[in-house]
Design a protein around this ligand. Structure first.
Ligand code: KG4
Ligand code: ZN
Length: 351
């Protein structure tokens, strides 16, 4: 399909239900429901609760999105949905609605890679952000440094060997008695703390590769809290938060600058929930000014999970819409490197 009819995008890979419609001029309408409050009591995302809530929310959100775009279902050209990576039960909810809608309307579906959608999302606000660029994708589930050469051609330069950056923020926040998700309250607490009081490890900094590892850092924080024991004051907590944040950010920024130096690519995108961290942004900006590269920050609502990025990725890949009606894919594990350019881009490459 290569017409210009709008594309519906459905995101259900984790704890946000997102629906949006993308057309030639960009996003026509979007809706989002966050499950954060549902999972907060459990200290993290509970997969079964996530899947059930997507079932309850997805159809009403889809109707609402079509209504605010002033469109009927028949006006859609294709249905894009997050096919992975993510929680399998949650993914199945979006995949099945996409398949059902596609079948009912006689429209093709587009299985979208969630991390590719994060990678492409900044182009929604900054159309002149052209390939090639580098990206740091840091969320609750991922810490990836990616080289994006062209649509569908990605190399993972660095990955986490254990916890993702957001997961480390969440776990340390929990140790400090902060609510889930822990990144924002931990960052706020760190503002009144001394980042140099505790010398927490800067994991993997001495290694030449671009991989991350954050579980040792979390263990160091846990040992520190145990040592302070019952005497732990509010100031101690703020100092721990600030020292932890300093260690994790130094690691992320150092590896990001190393990726720029290694590849010579001077455009750098940051995405994912941790990308909202102001101290990370400040230090990355300092590094970029020193090394001479540009950093692109998507607006916060595009950093976290949303339907707009899926609709937009679907728009970018609309030429590859599957003609097999009713087909569904749900891939909990799926490497960005397994993707390929859409057919028309491959044909253009050959020309
Ligand atoms: O991308 P995201 O909304 O959802 C997925 O994980 O896919 O990322 C959520 C993660 C959580 O771990 C949260 O604690 C972290 O991003 N986060 C932050 C900040 N805001 C959100 N971490 C550090 N500083 C922040 N300001
Ligand atoms: Zn995400």
């Amino acid at each position: 399909m290569s017409d210009d009819r709008p594309i519906l995008g459905i995101e259900t890979s984790c704890d946000e239900t997102g629906v949006a419609i993308c057309g030639p001029e960009g996003i026509l309408a979007e809706t989002l429901h966050s499950q954060v409050a549902l999972h907060a009591a459990h200290g993290g995302v509970v997969p079964e609760i996530a899947a059930r809530d997507h079932v309850a929310r997805l159809l009403p959100l889809t109707r609402q999105t079509l209504e605010s775009a002033g469109l009927a279902p028949q006006d859609l050209g294709a249905i894009a949905y997050t096919a992975g990576p993510g929680l399998v039960g949650a993914l199945m909810v979006g995949a099945n609605l996409a398949a059902g809608l596609g079948y009912g309307l006689g429209r093709p579906t587009l299985p979208i890679h969630h991390m590719e959608a994060h990678l492409l999302a900044p182009q929604l606000d900054t159309p002149d952000l052209q390939f090639p660029f580098l990206a740091l994708l840091v969320s609750g589930g991922h810490s990836l440094l990616v080289q994006a050469t062209s649509l569908g051609r990605y190399s993972v330069l660095g990955d986490t060997l254990d916890d993702a950056a957001g997961e480390a923020f969440d776990k340390v926040a929990r140790l400090l008695g902060l609510p889930y998700p822990g990144g924002p309250p931990l960052a706020r607490l760190a503002e009144s703390g001394d980042p140099e009081r505790f010398a927490f490890p800067r994991p993997m900094l001495r290694r030449k590769d671009l991989d991350f590892s954050f579980s040792g850092l979390k263990t160091a924080v846990s040992i520190c809290i145990d040592k302070l024991g019952a005497n732990l004051t509010d100031q101690d907590k703020a100092d721990i938060a600030a020292s932890f944040q300093a260690a994790i950010i130094e690691t992320l920024v150092t590896k990001s600058r190393a990726a720029v130096a290694q590849t010579g690519i001077d455009k750098f995108v940051i995405a994912g929930g941790v990308g909202a961290n102001t101290e990370l942004r400040r230090q990355l900006d300092d590094g970029a000014a020193a090394d001479g590269f540009s950093v692109y920050y998507p607006r916060p609502s595009l950093c976290t999970d949303n339907g707009a990025m899926i609709a937009f990725a679907g728009w970018c890949r609309r030429s590859q819409a599957s003609s097999e009606l009713g087909e569904t894919q749900a891939r909990p594990r799926w490497s960005l490197e397994d993707l390929a350019p859409p057919n028309d881009a491959m044909a253009a490459d050959r020309d």
